[in-house]
Design a binder for this molecule. Structure first.
Ligand code: SF4
Length: 704
């Protein structure tokens, strides 16, 4: 019997892991995914990585939530619930009762303490339609903008810099455009592990003669393909990038015609760069002046160049400044808006682009329209059929993820609705976040598993996994793609959009959406980015890129060739100065800890640690240090290490890795038994409000 004969059906959908957005075909028999093939999607052309091909058995895991749960009276809140046996702390309830209890708790807080006492974290793993409904529920139901999601922990600083300087928070070119580039910078990201299918395009680019410049404090796997590898000192991105820009100006390599025609504030940028000579910056960033010169010339002289970046750039208290430098570097070389040119922050979660576009952020309504603008708010009032004379949508930007956690400690926020996020694992200084969750008077968590966050909940709604629902998602390339239901959800679990509607109606909002199609159609009324993209088109074509200029067009892979969506029509240079990381190493805590993902494990591990294949490859909490550092600490490779910061300590397996600098330790954050975020520093970038996950002072010692 062939593979094809052994299945009941094949359903086209989109991989639920990273922002590359690979299209997949789910092969189903007896309501189970048997295997998965890559489809010829615009981002992946049939390619898949190990997660996308083998990481789906979590859908059928015995820990799936199948019934609504309500916390037992007097059950202590904390990480003490066994996901295999939740009935020690919760009792099963009907949907009607769970919705009533959830709505009553939230309404009581609103009545007694005002709408601001309730906040929401939505999810970058849900569909665009669900993200849209979630932000609408918080804004319409509670009259404020205290709604955010994991973009705050990911590319918030990149988006802030992009909006400020080029007028749009999304990429200017798809990553596949690297095919037409002759030079590319990959900085602060590890695509081989985090965006594996995108990395295959980068490697092909090198094979056909493209010049790849890799910049990272850690020697990532892309190093093997690099023309230049700049392993710079952590936290010195601005010094490094300003030195490169200084050389370009000094040697007259800038594209002056492009600068004159398409940008503003050039003189200020040029004047600012005078103080960043390579000789002066070399000792700071750890890259010698000659190498900096070679790299500056290579990038500036390229006919078409792209810049890709990730969390290594964004997760700093100077993350916005880091991104400003990358934008300035691309602009001064004219590497924007042409084939093979562009700025591309590689988005992390499968739908973090779409969730942000849909307004799941505290300062913007859908399509990044500021909440401060009366006309915009009035337009959404009209779409949402608000009846009051005054504008109902609040004009005050809301609190961000870390600010919401702080506000709980100050009793400003007393209730939360958390959909598909896991702040009890993902937030910086996670003990602080867990204490906040325990303090909430009313917490509703909606998820597919009883996550660490759900163990603090008062009410838990069981949700459908991606393969059990319909809806659109948007990848890092701005490609809006159709996800399709292939399976029935287990037990009484429901699709997130359906649960949101039930809760909204219990809160008195009178929402009527028979299916995700009607939600998508409402989104189009307030989001011009979806012009010429219809549910029907997506159903038949699977993907359309925004912006799209016609109903028969595939959408624009490259944007801003003819001006920028800013008032002046020009992009802006914003000079950046060097700011030291918030917590520098010292005698007591001499190592720099940086966190990240591994190829096999996804974010907080709730899905991949329940995938047999992936967890078999990486079953244990681990960290990586240089062999010399391990020797100095008296730890053998594979031995146990205790890492301590000012905020906590963890014990985990220590690996020897020459790619990690001698004063650093790399810690993946997927493991609850040694949660990296017990150690991380919650200091925020003042603009993007993103925490400094990439730099915390720690100490290592052998576990005897
Ligand atoms: Fe899924 Fe990303 Fe791997 Fe593609 S590259 S299969 S989207 S995890």
């Amino acid at each position: 019997m062939t593979c094809e004969q052994s299945i009941d059906k094949a359903v086209s959908s989109v991989c639920p892991f990273c922002g590359v957005g690979c299209q997949i075909s789910l092969k189903v028999k007896d309501n189970k995914v048997q295997y998965v093939d890559g489809l010829d999607g615009p981002a992946n052309e049939s390619r898949l990585c190990v997660k996308g091909r083998f990481g789906y058995d979590y859908i059928h895991h015995a820990h799936r939530l199948t019934k609504p749960l309500i916390r037992l009276k007097d059950a202590p809140k904390g990480l003490n619930v066994d996901p295999a046996n939740p009935l020690t702390h919760f009792r099963e309830a009907s949907w009607q009762e769970a919705i009533e209890v959830a709505a009553k708790g939230l309404s009581t807080l609103k009545k007694n303490h005002g709408g601001e006492s309730v906040a929401g974290f939505g999810s970058a793993k849900c569909t665009n339609e669900e993200a849209y409904l979630f932000q609408k529920l918080i804004r319409q139901g509670f009259g404020h903008n205290n709604v955010d999601h994991c973009t705050r922990l990911c590319h918030a600083s990149s988006v802030a810099a992009l909006i400020e300087n080029i007028g749009s928070g999304a990429v200017t070119a798809s990553f596949n455009e690297i095919e037409h580039a002759d030079v590319a910078i990959v900085i602060g990201c590890n695509p081989t592990e985090n965006h594996p299918v995108a990395a295959t395009y980068f490697k092909q680019f090198v094979r056909r003669g493209g010049k790849l410049i890799v910049m990272d404090p850690r020697g990532t796997a892309m190093k093997r393909f690099a023309t230049h590898m700049l392993q710079f000192r952590p936290g010195t991105d601005v010094a490094l990038l300003n030195a490169i820009m200084h050389i370009i100006v000094d040697e007259g390599l800038q594209n002056q015609a492009y600068i004159d025609e398409h940008t503003e504030n050039w003189q200020a940028q040029k004047d600012h760069l005078v103080g960043f000579s390579p000789e002066k910056m070399a000792p700071l960033c750890g890259i010698d002046a000659q190498t900096l010169r070679q790299v500056a010339r290579t990038f500036a002289k390229g006919k078409a160049g792209m810049i890709f970046w990730g969390m290594g750039v964004s997760q700093h208290i100077h993350g916005t400044d880091n991104s400003r430098c990358l934008i300035s570097l691309a602009l001064m070389c004219g590497h924007v808006g042409r084939s093979g040119s562009g700025l591309h922050p590689l988005r992390g979660q499968n739908n973090v682009q779409g969730a942000s576009d849909a307004g799941l952020i505290p300062m913007f309504l859908p399509d990044y329209q500021t909440v401060k603008d009366n006309n915009i708010r009035a337009h959404f009032d009209e779409i949402w059929q608000e009846e009051s004379d005054a504008i109902a949508v609040s004009a005050t930007p809301g609190l961000t993820v870390v600010e919401i956690i702080d506000a709980i400690h100050k009793d400003m926020i007393r209730g939360m609705y958390i959909l598909g996020e896991n702040p009890a694992m993902s937030d910086p200084d996670v003990s602080h976040a867990r204490n906040a969750l325990a303090k909430l008077e009313h917490l509703i968590v909606q998820d597919i598993f009883l996550t660490e966050t759900a163990s603090f909940a008062d009410v838990i709604f069981p949700a459908a996994a991606f393969a059990e629902k319909d809806g659109t998602v948007t990848n890092t390339n701005r490609q809006v793609q159709m996800g399709r239901k292939a399976l029935d959800a287990p037990g009484e679990a429901k699709q997130d959009w359906a649960i949101l509607i039930e809760l909204a109606n219990a809160l008195g909002l009178n929402w009527q959406y028979p299916s995700p199609r009607e939600i998508f159609n409402e989104m189009k009324l307030g989001m011009s980015s979806l012009d010429n993209i219809s549910w029907e088109r997506l159903s038949s074509e699977n993907a359309v890129t925004y912006p799209c200029n016609g109903e028969n067009q595939p959408g624009e892979a490259i944007v801003f060739g003819d001006g920028f969506p800013r008032q002046s029509g020009r992009a802006k240079f914003t000079p950046a100065s060097v700011i030291a990381p918030d917590e520098l190493p010292d005698k007591e805590y001499p190592l720099i800890m940086t966190t990240g993902r591994q190829l096999e494990h996804w974010h907080t591990g709730s899905m991949t640690r329940r995938s047999k294949v992936l967890d078999a490859v990486e079953p244990e909490a681990n960290c990586s240090l240089h062999p010399k550092t391990l020797r100095r600490l008296g730890i053998s490779p594979g031995g146990m290490i205790r890492l301590l910061s000012r905020r906590g300590e963890i014990e985990l397996l220590a690996r020897a890795d020459r790619a990690v600098a001698e004063d650093m330790v790399f810690v993946p954050f997927a493991y609850v038994e040694a949660a990296a975020n017990l150690l991380t520093n919650p200091a925020l970038d003042p603009v993007g409000k993103i925490p400094e996950f990439k730099f915390a002072a720690v100490r290592g010692e052998a576990v005897n």
